[in-house]
Design a protein around this ligand. Structure first.
Ligand code: PXG
Length: 465
């Protein structure tokens, strides 16, 4: 829809949405009182709402629109596949060129040994599938007692029964009587929060080793013979952009090998260039047995996800000599695969991963540091690739959080951002950015100036400026 809708159309969409559409992670009553925002189109790094307001999207939708909105090549690839082969499945000894080509392409981009993939339709489904495959692997290896799945505090792995059980954001559990049995948590390598959590004043590297050791302690407490897997995002995203200290992942690799625990890397956010390499596993040297990916695989243009198996799991599962009793109607959907293939082609051809690593990524971080390092309510500016976080704190010299109602300050600041036409996420009191890879320097400047105004206003409202 190229034109701006009328105000009456907006009212109509708000009314039918309020009557019939229940939104994810939303208080329905509160939303309907306030009135929902209707997004009608998008181009590059901008969204437009139905009232004609232009909004810069500092979050790439939900961390996914790597190539930006309105990419015609992706649209054309999808349209062509819709005409040529709108649907067929892979259940009955069939494949199609789009799905086979995408599997081949992924095997070339993924870390070494990850030569086999399965497809699904969302990050949650991919993680659910990964856990099933982990269980299957241990059953095939005649170690059926290995059934405990470990993951971390603040982890976000999605919302299916298993993916939500794996998630360590505690508000995700009580409504659904989760986690399921067999899911246990270990601490996250959240250095900025370490002092407040009672770990004292140690440096990041010492802290990284200490937190990895907590995984070892948990494995030993349960008994290694009962632990199936450890699932982790290379960088924790929805839990507050937690970047692991450099010492953390090498220790985790070692511990998982030592106790024969499968390592599952959830690359749903970090995959496809977000950290400045194709995969977060490459940025952090993670030796994963199974990798899940979604979002950036198609830049969000189509719902598609994948699970890749490293050599160890792949060899066993692909040679099981029996039917794999798993799969979705839409696994490897031809239209989604066609769009994903084109998306990977564009990312490669336009050298967007190198742009994130050496060009626009460093530019964003330099400008964030210049603008916020000395700000009275900024405790830390941190980031990798095109992921950035700004911790809002009452006193920038102390690593302590705002007391009372955690998250209120972040939400307050987020509202200023929205009102000025900037999408940024507030996770607790951390402001988060994950813009599209095609963002220009002047668009970065627009984000920085809007964010600066929002943080200044927040500081004033809380009597800190
Ligand atoms: N793993 C990770 C690491 C994710 O970030 C999922 C799995 C689940 O993917 P699906 O496609 O099932 O949603 C995610 C999704 C937020 C936000 O507000 C983040 C996600 C989803 C919705 C909101 O930060 N991440």
């Amino acid at each position: 829809m190229a034109h701006t809708p009328t105000h009456n159309q907006t009212k109509h969409w708000q009314a039918i949405d309020a009557a019939h559409h229940i939104h994810p992670f939303t208080d329905t009553v509160a939303l309907n009182k306030e009135g929902v925002r209707v997004i009608t189109r998008a181009e590059g790094v901008y969204l437009w709402d139905s009232e004609g307001k232009k909004i810069i999207d500092g979050m790439s939708g939900l961390w996914c629109v790597q190539v930006g909105y309105g990419n015609k090549e992706l649209a054309d690839a999808g349209c062509e596949a819709l005409r040529v082969l709108p649907y067929y499945n892979h259940f009955f000894k069939t494949t199609n060129p789009y799905t086979a080509e995408l599997a081949d392409k992924l095997s070339k981009l993924l870390p070494e040994g990850h030569t086999r993939v399965l497809f699904a339709n969302s990050g949650s489904e991919a993680n659910d599938s990964a856990l099933k495959l982990i269980r299957y692997y241990w059953n095939l290896k005649k170690k059926p007692q290995k059934k405990i799945h470990l993951s971390r505090d603040y982890a976000y792995h999605g919302v299916t029964m298993a993916a939500a059980s794996l998630s360590g954001l505690t508000p995700m559990h009580p409504q659904w009587d989760l986690p399921l049995a067999g899911f246990q948590k270990v601490p996250a390598p959240y250095w900025f929060g370490a002092k407040a959590a009672g770990y004292g004043d140690m440096g990041p590297d010492e802290f990284g080793v200490l937190i990895a050791k907590k995984l070892e302690e948990k494995i030993l407490e349960i008994g290694p013979e009962r632990v199936a897997s450890f699932s982790a995002e290379p960088v924790q995203g929805a839990g507050g952009l937690i970047f692991p200290p450099a010492s953390y992942w090498p220790e985790v690799n070692r511990i998982c090998r030592k106790y024969d625990v499968l390592l599952h890397a959830d690359e749903v956010i970090t995959g496809f260039g977000r950290t400045g390499q194709w995969f977060g596993c490459q940025t952090y040297g993670i030796e994963a047995d199974v990798i899940t990916m979604a979002k950036g695989l198609s830049s969000g243009y189509q719902p598609i996800s994948a699970i890749s198996l490293g050599k160890r799991m792949g060899d066993v599962i692909a040679n099981a000599n029996e039917e794999l009793v798993h799969g979705y109607t839409y696994s490897g959907h031809p239209v989604a695969c066609a769009v994903a293939l084109k998306n990977l082609e564009v990312i490669e051809r336009e050298k967007l991963v190198a742009r994130v690593k050496n060009g626009i990524g460093p530019y964003l971080h330099r400008r964030l540091h210049e603008t916020f390092d000395d700000h009275p309510i900024v405790g830390e500016v941190r980031g990798v690739g095109l992921l950035a976080a700004i911790e809002l704190v009452p006193d920038r010299k102390k690593r302590a959080f705002f007391p009372l109602d955690p998250g209120a300050v972040g939400t307050h600041c987020r509202n200023y951002c929205f009102n000025s036409g900037l999408v940024s996420r507030a996770i607790r009191d951390t402001m988060v950015l994950a813009p599209p890879f095609v963002i220009s320097e002047s668009e970065v400047e627009e984000i920085i100036s809007k964010l600066k105004a929002a943080i200044d206003n927040t500081a004033r409202d809380y009597g800190k400026m």
